[in-house]
Design a protein around this ligand. Structure first.
Ligand SMILES: *Cc1c(COP(=O)(O)O)cnc(C)c1O
Length: 407
């Protein structure tokens, strides 16, 4: 008899974005003349850059000719792209081997799938508030029991609060896998070398593995902040890094990412190279490679011309972030993040809870954001605004907040 994976039933209803959509629809139906500006969703809006488009066109043309057509490639990614990613890390003085780089179709699937190479009984620690994928994939993998008071039993939550500037202390108990996201979605906080070193030391002392999501690394402009966990001494023995072209080059719909599993990474019962080869085995068994058209576009995005174009896009989004931050601060709303990350984490004014503020911002200013409570218990009382968007819309939203929001 076929039975479903009962763990799926433990998932909390995918509540956040459907609920935002429901409230937005209801508002639009009642206020057909109001133009809503959406600053809620973490999706890029600028078109692909010139180098990327040129590469895509060229590869598509090759696919149209039997002499240059290519089918399946290596599951781990094309040599050229793996080498380009290795070269990219050299900028941060991080030395990798091409076979430590696993190309994928994105950071979201990798951040969930990586759990499958570890024991199903692994104890997982996550930040609160958190990017929901890490939590939900742990739930599906059977690592949790009940859900009480906004948290899953079986997971270890690392509090991210105003007091610790939204970067957590190391867990006060032994855990096996630690997810860290820096620059952080949703809080926009960026970990320092010192903060990351504490986690690497924790992983060393507890034989834990850090799964580091660096999807927003390219948004760091402060040269003193680490863009890769591998900038931290000893990290290669304890860390896996996941990254993506999604926010770096606007590939959210194109799909391309990568995961670094160093040869030096060891966990209990393994020798150096064994974890790397496990992920290799996982990928060659259950993944058939990212699109060969897209992989060359990734090489183009990492070329020096491509990087200049990426930087221009990032600068555009970060100017949006500045406009949003200043606008909110001008009306007395306290904000965090938005300086080395494209998210502004705003404290809801007047003690409103995050859904109350969602409604207020929509009703009064016609701006849609994301309630912090959707990212975890400690997101309550906060609100996320995204800097991805058209400049004119961002300006319109800020002007409307200044004019119409009653606080
Ligand atoms: C957007 C985002 C990603 C990127 O996921 P892709 O699957 O590569 O598009 C990864 N992690 C976080 C925290 C993100 O916000």
């Amino acid at each position: 008899m076929a039975r479903i994976n009962e763990n799926y039933k433990k998932l909390q209803a995918g509540y956040l974005f459907p609920e935002i959509a429901r409230r937005t629809r209801e508002f639009a139906a009642k206020n057909p003349q109001a133009e809503l500006v959406r600053l809620g969703i973490g999706d890029t809006t600028l078109p692909l850059s010139e180098s990327v488009i040129k590469s895509l066109h060229a590869t598509v043309d090759k696919m149209a000719d039997s002499k240059t057509y290519r089918g399946y490639g290596a599951e781990q990614g094309q040599e050229e792209l793996r080498q380009a990613i290795v070269d990219h890390y050299r900028k941060y003085k991080v030395d990798l081997q091409p076979d430590e780089v696993f190309v994928s179709d994105g950071a979201k699937p990798d951040s969930a799938n990586i759990q499958s190479i570890f024991s199903s009984g692994a104890v997982v620690a996550v930040q609160d508030p958190v990017y929901p994928v890490y939590v939900d994939s742990a739930v599906i993998g059977g690592k949790t029991s009940g859900f009480y008071n906004g948290r899953y039993e079986g997971l270890v939550y690392m509090d991210c609060t105003e007091e610790n500037e939204f970067f957590p202390e190391v867990p006060d108990q032994k855990v096996d896998l630690v997810y860290l996201c820096s620059p952080n979605n949703p809080t926009g906080a960026v970990a320092t070398h010192k903060q990351l070193k504490k986690f690497v030391d924790y992983a060393h002392d507890n034989e834990a593995v850090i799964i580091f999501d660096a999807a927003y690394a390219a948004f760091i402009s402060d040269p003193s902040l680490p863009r890769s966990i591998f900038e931290i001494e000893g990290a290669e023995e304890h860390c896996i890094e996941i990254n993506s072209f999604s926010k770096l080059a606007g590939f959210t719909g194109v799909r391309l990412g990568w995961t670094i599993v160093p040869h030096k990474l060891v966990i209990e019962g393994t020798v150096p190279g064994e974890v790397q080869s496990l992920w290799n085995r996982r990928q060659t068994t259950m993944f058939n490679g990212a699109s060969n058209i897209v992989q060359l576009a990734g090489v183009a995005a990492l070329s020096s011309a491509g990087q200049k174009e990426c930087q221009k896009m990032i600068d555009y989004y970060m100017e949006n972030a500045r406009i949003i931050r200043n606008g909110l601060n001008d009306v007395g709303i306290v904000t965090f993040g938005g300086i080395n990350a494209p998210y502004i984490w705003a404290k809801t004014p007047d003690g409103l809870d995050s859904w109350e503020f969602f409604d207020k911002l929509m009703n009064e200013a016609h701006v849609v954001g994301t309630p912090g409570a959707g990212f975890g218990r400690l997101g309550e009382g906060y609100f996320r605004l995204s800097a991805f968007g058209e400049r004119s819309n961002i300006k319109k939203a800020v002007a409307s907040i200044k004019k119409n929001l009653k606080i």
